[in-house]
Ligand binder design. Structure first.
Ligand code: GRF
Length: 210
């Protein structure tokens, strides 16, 4: 599979960094062809440039129609021959032009155990609901918001006295492990999607016994 990533961000970019670092250290067999932010003040743009990665802003505000913004993203991604799109704190809804151009080739990371707490402020939703366990989900992107096939999930405990911020910080540590792992799984292939289920590659008898 084409191992060239396009990473879409809107802000801080710590999950972007969690992809940059293992690639640089040879622990993740991929390259980042382009980082695109819809906001020009996203700190993640500087992280990318510091790593020598091309980073551009495509502002959603420049487009009257959402589909036109999506088409502009597709143009930039295709121009760099991107094979897998990674949403990393990208705060725009992904529309049909992007999804249809990269079918089952868009990943998103979300700070809850989906299908619980989709949408904004997932950590605050978890605190307010009173769950004792939350976590992180990396999933393939479909037209349903935070609803695509689940690739990797990790549970994170909610501690007494947690605030949305303290829970978010604990989940974020797990996000940074889960995202490169999910990217590796997708790039290594052998998986398939059955309905809403992501079926990982079967492990060979040799690897299962080690
Ligand atoms: C993360 O919590 C991610 O799960 C969510 O948005 C946040 C982005 O953080 N989708 P960062 O920009 O990667 O630091």
């Amino acid at each position: 599979m084409n191992r060239r990533l396009g990473v879409l961000i809107s802000g801080r970019g710590s999950n972007l960094q969690a992809l940059i670092d293992p690639i640089a250290e040879g622990r993740l067999n991929a390259s980042i062809a382009i980082v695109i932010s819809n906001r020009d003040d996203a700190a993640g743009l500087a992280r990318a440039r510091a790593a020598g990665i091309e980073a551009i802003c495509v502002s959603h505000r420049a487009f009257a129609m959402r589909d036109d913004f999506d088409r502009a993203l597709v143009r930039e991604l295709k121009a760099r021959d991107v094979g897998l799109v990674c949403l990393a704190g990208f705060m725009r809804l992904v529309g049909a032009p992007l999804i249809e151009s990269f079918p089952n080739r868009i990943l998103n990371i979300h700070p809850s155990l989906l299908p619980s707490f989709p949408g904004l402020d997932a950590q605050k939703q978890a605190i307010e609901h009173g769950v004792k366990v939350s976590g992180v989900t990396v999933h393939l992107v479909t037209a349903e918001l935070d609803g695509g096939p689940i690739v990797v999930q990790r549970a994170v405990p909610v501690m007494p006295g947690d605030t949305a911020d303290s829970l978010a910080a604990r989940i974020l540590e797990e996000e940074h492990r889960a995202y490169p792992e999910a990217v590796q799984m997708i790039l290594d292939g052998g998986w398939r999607v059955d309905g809403r289920r992501f079926l990982a590659a079967a492990r060979s008898p040799t690897s299962a016994s080690t």
